[in-house]
Design a protein around this ligand. Structure first.
Ligand code: ADP
Ligand code: MG
Length: 336
């Protein structure tokens, strides 16, 4: 533990959450699942459970300063939808805390609202409240999302069992390549580079697919910080090892074009690039029917990428797989 006069910036994001916020160990019966998963599960007293998650977007941290305001509004909703998708839940209501610089141009504020409402409409979510303040800091949106799920159906991080297969939806690494393209546009644009940029700007988490996995997959998490880092949370919560086959990671055709145009290896982006907002999940053979039904009903592809083992609990390993990695808001010194 860091000494008490040190700044908080260098101890790691998860130790910080543990030290500052994860104090109440005794849980009232109304809380089925508290801190530590993609969302909390709360007994609502009715036939189903409430699911609650909050995520914050800061301009300059989660988006380049002065970038597409409509996309920023969209993403504030999408990142939360991703957490509910990772629980297998259905989002219903949102609360928005908007911290707006006074100098924000009206036109950007309106574009922001347009993007926000487009995403709310996309996933059938009603904005029911929030708070608006002026800030001397950067534009910041914090959205709380509430949803529902049938009791005991949620996709938690702690249910992976040795023998399960690890799957991921969609393709990996696209959003990280899109961000690099915005940071340093190539001299010669290539045909489908906008599809990568779009994946960074306007993520579309596979919500319907996640709902189809509820009650069937053994564990799930969304790929927000990077595949290896996020799978590491399943490995530690479930007390299992996860062996990844890096050569099986699903890569998109536009990412292939990016690799060809830049001469870079796309694999590190697929393993450690964040913000793909795909779902990575573990499942046994009994989940097969639900996985395939959801695939055809929602037109979502999934790929087996590894297996759950009893050895090396808490670790994600395999040829070409880096240790940890992933995005950390408070990286330990020497890391990040
Ligand atoms: P995610 O990436 O799924 O949004 P995080 O990695 O941000 O989740 O957080 C990990 C866990 O810690 C989550 O269960 C989250 O709710 C919890 N958490 C993060 N910050 C705080 C905080 N300030 N107070 C209480 N819980 C927190
Ligand atoms: Mg998450």
């Amino acid at each position: 533990m860091a000494s008490s006069d040190a700044a908080i910036g260098h101890g790691g994001e998860f130790p910080l959450i543990e030290a500052l916020f994860h104090r109440s160990r005794g849980r009232p019966v109304e809380v089925h699942l508290g801190i530590g998963d993609d969302a909390a599960l709360l007994a609502a007293g009715g036939d189903d459970d409430w699911v609650a998650a909050v995520d914050t977007l800061v301009e300059g941290v989660h988006a380049l300063p002065g970038s597409d305001a409509a996309a920023f509004g969209w993403k504030a909703v999408a990142v939360n939808v991703s957490d509910l998708a990772a629980m297998g839940a259905a989002p219903k209501h949102a609360l928005l805390a908007a911290s707006l610089p006074r100098a924000l141009p009206r036109q950007r504020a309106e574009a922001l609202a347009d993007g926000l409402h487009a995403a709310l409409a996309e996933w059938g979510i009603t904005l029911v409240g929030g708070d608006t303040v002026a800030t001397p800091g950067p534009l910041t949106l914090s959205l709380t999302l509430l949803g529902r799920i049938d009791p005991n159906q949620a996709l938690r991080r702690d249910g992976a069992r040795p023998g399960d297969t690890v799957y991921v939806t969609g393709t990996l690494g696209d959003a990280a390549a899109g961000l690099e393209l915005l940071r340093a546009p190539p001299a010669e644009p290539f045909p489908n580079q906008d599809r990568l940029i779009e994946r960074h700007l306007r993520p579309r988490p596979p919500l319907a697919y996640g709902r189809g996995l509820a009650g069937a997959a053994s564990a799930a998490i969304d790929v927000s910080d990077g595949l290896v880092a996020d799978l590491g949370h399943i490995a530690s919560a479930s007390g299992v090892g996860i062996e990844l086959d890096a050569e099986r990671l699903p890569l998109s055709a536009p990412l292939g074009e990016w690799a060809w145009a830049t001469g870079r290896d796309p694999l590190p982006l697929a393993l450690s690039g964040g913000e793909d907002f795909e779902l990575v999940f573990t499942a046994g053979a009994e989940a097969f029917e639900a996985m395939h039904r959801a695939k055809y009903q929602t037109d979502t592809r999934f790929t087996p990428i590894g297996r759950v083992v009893a050895e090396r609990p808490g670790e994600v390993f395999g040829a070409g797989v880096p240790d940890g990695g992933g995005y950390d808001h408070f990286p330990t010194e020497g890391a990040g």
